[in-house]
Design a protein around this ligand. Structure first.
Ligand SMILES: [Zn+2]
Length: 414
């Protein structure tokens, strides 16, 4: 699973942050959590195909969390999408979408399904597929708000085929039995135990999306041992009162949830516009839960980097090599420079001795010297510089840029 925050602001966009949305990529399928204004543009920038979205989960009906829906739906329709799309969210979501599409005279050419949750629901599995399910729980905000957990189902352990055939297993049905956890009896009466052939089951990864809530026990349930717990941290400690008033969390509350839930990683987002440096919030959270990261727009978070690095290649990692090269060539550049200075001094001396030794005309000398030196200098420098330039990584085809300017630059598209 790859989780890509697309918008990490709260309430209103700021110069650097967009309205809430998080994309989850799994084996080529895309799931959106909230869809604030500008989500579709951010997806484009992050290189996540909008056509691959299958489900959109809306946390609640505060405009900043779903006003991007109409634009996105309109784009999907213009792209002639024909795959079905399911919108999951609080009751009235369907009414909102249909009413607005009707006014815009848009009739989706694709199947648009809705899963709506009533305000008094306690817990619900909103999606259930072979490989994963999504669970919803109510949160505690000023209005009805839903938290989600995307859970991969555990995979059965790997079958050791070599060992199995050594023990006399040949038929497919026998393999299936073993994989299902049943022991198999061979013709000669020997029993092959499933546990001898099949490895430990692999636990599925999980992603919990908890936004717009104050400290809530349901948030802990959603984040229980989650691979990634995305929790809102609208305010810092100093504004804990304001958090309470508005039904939001402080960074410390998010950290407490992560700690109690024993989450593997806490990612905080939904920052109030007043924090230009969100690392202040990270610092507060890390006092309680050290595995805390800041949600950065378009910077992917992987649950299984070994597997997922092949899908999106982080440029930065591959550039560690390039950085080494750069350092190396920089050293040789400096070295050359030193040699160059030395040589120049020598030359000046020769020049002085030859042309002006014993001369009293100091003005003439200085004039001539300056001009000459300028000329000499440039000529010399250019020649040397050309040579150095070849060593500079810029012209080296192996060199890749190593200083990403934005999080977008850090990863290749996927
Ligand atoms: Zn919000």
């Amino acid at each position: 699973m790859i989780v890509v925050p697309l918008g990490v602001s709260s309430a209103t966009p700021t110069v650097n942050r967009n309205l809430p949305s998080v994309a989850l990529w799994r084996e080529g399928r895309v799931f959106l959590f909230d869809c604030g204004e500008n989500t579709q543009a951010k997806m484009l920038q992050a290189g996540i195909k909008r056509s691959k979205i299958e489900y959109i989960f809306i946390s609640h009906l505060d405009g900043d969390h779903y006003f991007g829906l109409l634009g996105l739906l309109s784009t999907l329709n213009m792209q002639r999408r024909n795959a079905p799309l399911t919108l999951v969210g609080p009751k009235r979501l369907k009414k909102f979408v249909e009413f607005n599409l009707d006014i815009a005279e848009i009739t989706p050419e694709f199947e648009l399904n809705y899963v709506e949750l009533e305000e008094d629901f306690e817990e619900e599995i909103v999606v259930d597929e072979d490989e994963f399910y999504v669970k919803a729980l109510p949160l505690e905000h000023t209005k009805f708000c839903i938290g989600y957990r995307f859970q991969e189902k555990d995979k059965p352990g790997k079958v050791d085929a070599k060992k199995a055939s050594q023990m006399g297993i040949v038929e497919d049905t026998q393999f299936k039995e073993l994989k299902a956890g049943n022991d198999v009896e061979l013709d000669d009466g020997t029993i092959v135990k499933s546990s001898d052939i099949v490895g430990e089951p692999r636990t599925g990864h999980s992603f919990a999306y908890v936004t717009d809530t104050q400290y809530s026990p349901n948030a802990i349930k959603l984040g229980e041992k989650a691979s990634i717990l995305y929790h809102e941290a609208t305010f810092g400690n100093a504004l804990a009162d304001r958090a309470k008033e508005t039904g939001h969390s402080t960074a410390e509350m998010a950290a407490r949830v992560a700690e109690k839930a024993k989450a593997k990683l806490l990612v905080i987002g939904h920052f109030s516009g007043r924090y230009t440096n969100e690392f202040v919030l990270m610092k507060e959270a890390r006092k309680i839960f050290n595995e805390t990261w800041i949600a950065t727009e378009m910077r992917p978070i992987m649950t299984d980097p070994e597997h997922e690095n092949g899908i999106i290649t982080p440029r930065v990692k591959s550039n560690q090599k390039a950085a080494k090269q750069l350092r190396k060539s920089k050293n040789s550049y400096n070295h050359n420079k030193k040699g160059y200075n030395k040589k120049r001094t020598k030359k000046r001396k020769t020049f002085k001795r030859r042309s002006f030794a014993g001369s009293n005309n100091s003005k003439k000398f200085s004039e001539y010297y300056t001009n000459k030196r300028g000329g000499q200098h440039n000529k010399h420098h250019d020649k040397k510089d050309d040579k150095n330039r070849q060593n500079k990584p810029k012209d080296n085809p192996k060199y890749k840029p190593i200083t990403p300017r934005t999080p977008f630059d850090e990863y290749n598209r996927f």
